[in-house]
Ligand binder design. Sequence first.
Ligand code: GLN
Length: 188
Amino acid sequence: MHIAVLALQGAFIEHEHMLSRLGVDSFEIRQLRDLDASFDGLIIPGGESTVQGKLLRELGLFEPIKKLIADGLPVYGTCAGLLLLAKNIENDERRYIESMNITAVRNAYGRQLGSFFTEEEFLGVGRIPMTFIRAPYISGVGDGVGILARVDGKIVAAREGRQLVTAFHPELNDDTSVHQYFLDMIKS
Ligand code: GLN
């Protein structure tokens, strides 16, 4: 298995570390020619959705990646990556890849609760650590979207076909189970 990690901005190295701990090869997507490689899945890391969205367009990566996802490439978006994949963002006019049938709220936890840690159930996995950093949550899901985790009633992880999103950052904790979930999703 060979996993691509979008490495334009944000917490991409942490995802590469997670994958290597699981014995999986990864490589970075930084420019258009990096897409020539063959790969089985793509991770879009946390960071700033606005910056990543702008860089994707400037580097000519936006349309090719959007098409790969539309054609069924498995993708996992963390935090800003969730916003990049969302069809709808309640409190932001910007839209990006729009491949996943979810409505997100950006910076949904306000300033006071900008960052926090908790442990909650992740469907089919069990209780896992969850680190939130100026995170979004999902305020609504459309047809075909399965809810995987909630924190205080708010949806923080979901799946639609071969697309997985989490509002939290599993790559910042030791627990590898969400990455394992993504790898299992690719295999299935
Ligand atoms: N607040 C960021 C955004 O709007 C997301 C934060 C993160 O990825 N940790 O893109």
